[in-house]
Write a protein that binds this ligand. Sequence first.
Ligand SMILES: C[S@@+](CC[C@H](N)C(=O)[O-])C[C@H]1O[C@@H](n2cnc3c(N)ncnc32)[C@H](O)[C@@H]1O
Length: 495
Amino acid sequence: MRREFCAFYTESDPILTYMVKRLDVQDGDLILEPCAGDGVFIEKIFEVHKTENLEIEAMDLNIETVKKLESKFNSQSVEVKHADTLLNLSLDLFANSGGKYSKIIGNPPYGAWQDYQKRDVLKKKYGGYVKETYALFLRRCLDLLRDGGKLVFIVPDTFLALRLHKALRKTLLEDTIIDEILLIPSKFFPGVNFGYSNLCVISFKKGRNNKNNQFKIVSVNGTINNLYPVADGDYSVAKNVETLSQEKILSSVDYSFLLGGNTKIRKLINEANTRLGDIADCVTGFYSGDNKTYIVAKDNSVKGSKGYKVANASLVETDFLKQKKLLGGLSNGKKYIPILKGGNGRFNKSSDWFIQWDTKTIATYKASKTARFQNSQYYFEDGIGATMIKSSKIHAFLLENRLFDQSIVGVFPKYKNHLTYLLAFLNSDTCSRIIHVINHTANNSANYLKKLPVILDQTAIEKINGIMADLKKEKINSEQALVKINPLFEELYNL
Ligand SMILES: C[S@@+](CC[C@H](N)C(=O)[O-])C[C@H]1O[C@@H](n2cnc3c(N)ncnc32)[C@H](O)[C@@H]1O
């Protein structure tokens, strides 16, 4: 039931208190709870606003939930409706005629499971990406709001940065006046822990008069009770408070909110002369479709090799670059070639894994629905591999003409003389700091790496290349190289 309706309820009083405060309920309001669940927001509204004259509509898709809501609120001022908020035709009418409600509050379903038929209907109606249902609720409810009406939602924070939510960000920045964005760890939310993202509460007013609007992004962690003073406008307990200009975000790269950055980092990202994508091709690698079948480990000591077979050394082709038509597979009786997978490794990475690469298997990969023979023009090229380790630091290493898998972003400089400098930059703390602002979620896909600002300063390049030459000659090890490289990039970027 939880998976189908995505029913994680907001049972947290500090969150409810904060959200109802930001809704700024007034006498005469017509309020919508578009995915009402237990009706906790309605209860909180009645608790705080005992005297105001309010009209509330509570909607839910789940008939059992609707029945419970009906018995809970059998008063005149709450109308409970069994409806699909995203598809309901009466709501379409209101959405297409300038909205209906003066206030909307909710905790929309985050990744609610949709059957394929419904996905198709949603795609037709909302376009593109419909898996993140919360984003559809945001768009739908913005349309259902009257001009000047207010909306307060608790949702994952991924829409603030991810590329696939670019269009939603544009709509929000153009058609609303953002009041506040509160960022909280998902552990604040009882019963839910989204490994991949944190939560945010967004509050906005519908309207296009937003040219001069400034709003706060407030991060709160520590204890959830910190939300009580924040609800009352006391931000002294917040971990961080930033005031941002809505117009500036609208003019930033991909309309990204660039969370966690200071003014300097934002400026650098938005106004860079050169970005990694300008001077290097950034692409994701190969996927076999079934690694346990096609990939083998060098030996049992390889990290993460449990459940994988060990390579038979006599079947591994170590001289694979000499093979003709390597992209079509080995035709000399050998079966395996090295492949690089994500995980630890800086500057250099040993060949710990091998993949089946005979002509017959290549044909299987190409015919398979799950395998990805993508960006094959970059296989066996000289470049850099980059992976994100434990969502904190980028680890970058030389590919040395080996195949790389889809957990790695391959970075192929257009000019070979940028190779070692970029390898050093990608491993620097400065680079990791910037990538976290470009995308604060734990994901460094090619699209985000492309946006990294690169400073091509000749003196710095020479110094860095000197250190990298010492590393290559093994005069210093990786740790020592990092100790030398980090201050140089810090000075150069001056963040
Ligand atoms: C995440 S829960 C939130 C419930 C409540 N707002 C709260 O915070 O306690 C989402 C609710 O949305 C309902 N729901 C899911 N998809 C819906 C849809 N398309 N239209 C209306 N309600 C929906 C579920 O049945 C569930 O009760």
